[in-house]
Design a protein around this ligand. Sequence first.
Ligand code: HEC
Length: 193
Amino acid sequence: MRFLAFMGGLAILVAIGAAVFFFGGFYDVAARDKDPAAVAWALGRIRDAAVIRSAENLRAPDNFEDSAQTIAGARAFAARGCANCHGAPGVKWAKFSEGLNPDPPDLKESAGELTARQIFWTIRNGLRMTAMPSFGAIGASDGEIWSIAAFVKHLPTVTEENYRQWTASAPVATAPPPATAAPEPTAAAPAKP
Ligand code: HEC
């Protein structure tokens, strides 16, 4: 009985301590400093598990492998401003993205680590408590997002020249989103992955 009272008292003290720490302004929310390694590890594992589970029942459209999809995806990637944070072939990310915490990853590497469905899910839904926005929430259609996923999957083989040609007439990031119909490809088709 005494032991239980002791544990109860301890739990109340811990709760009060935590409340003072978090609500009293002692928890550091600055993006400038990296998370402690254990926190970063846990958040990364939680994110990966959630993306894997959420994406497992998605189905890519039948024309997902078409080169026209990849080219439309490149244009949407440029128009939606992804390159500001992630960069693109021959395009350097905006300076501000170096101040984001966590860092926006190099999508060439993500292309090998994530399935197309996981990439689609991430673009459509975003990642909470990171700078990765939900493009579904701002009205990008699933068709547009699948095309962006196709482009991201192809990224390791997209040259600077390909990207420049495919996005030559894409609207700038601040313009309204492109019409739903993907423009006809005008330049060399990408290699199949
Ligand atoms: C404002 C900056 C920002 C913009 C704009 C942005 N992203 Fe991200 N993105 C991030 C950050 C930060 C992460 C990493 C989050 C994390 O570590 O959990 C991320 C993660 C991702 C991932 C997961 C990568 C991986 O290896 O887990 C993909 C895929 C992705 N972004 C694609 C895109 C695409 C495509 C666009 C444009 C449609 C886009 N992002 C726009 C910041 C951004």
